[in-house]
Design a protein around this ligand. Sequence first.
Ligand SMILES: Cc1cc2nc3c(=O)[nH]c(=O)nc-3n(C[C@H](O)[C@H](O)[C@H](O)COP(=O)(O)O)c2cc1C
Length: 116
Amino acid sequence: MGKTVIAVNAGPRKGWNTDTLITEAISGAESTGAEVKRFDLYRLERYTGCISCFGCKRERNKGHCVCRDGLTPVLDAIRASDGLIIGSPNYLGALTASFRALYKRLVFQNLTYSRQ
Ligand SMILES: Cc1cc2nc3c(=O)[nH]c(=O)nc-3n(C[C@H](O)[C@H](O)[C@H](O)COP(=O)(O)O)c2cc1C
C-alpha cells in the first residue's frame, strides 16, 4: 500500500526559498509513489500553540489535542501519516513561530505525566 506523507510549509512567502524547497521535496516523495498532502501554515485558519489545558492528558482523549482551530486538521493528518516533511525559514536563529506552535501541539499531546 502507498505511503502517505504530510508536507508542512512553515514559511509565509510564496515562490521563495522555503516554498520552492517544499515543492521539490513533495515532487521527490510523489516520485516514489507516496501520496502527499501539503499544509501552508500561514494560510490556515487562526491557531495558537499549546495552551496548557491538559485536555490531552485526560484518559478519554487518548493523547489527542482537544484545542479546535486551524491546526486541528494538520495534527489529525500527521497522526494518520507515514512521513512528515517540514520546511521553515530561519527567523532569528530558529524555526518560525508558526512552526513552533505546531510543534508544541504535536509533541505535548504525546507526553505522559503518569509514572507507568
Ligand atoms: C523575521 C526574520 C528573521 C530572520 N532571521 C534570520 C536569521 O537569524 N539568520 C539568517 O540567516 N536569516 C534570517 N532571516 C532571513 C531568512 O531566513 C531568509 O530570507 C530566508 O530565505 C527566508 O525564507 P523564504 O525565502 O522562504 O521566505 C530572517 C528573516 C526574517 C523575515
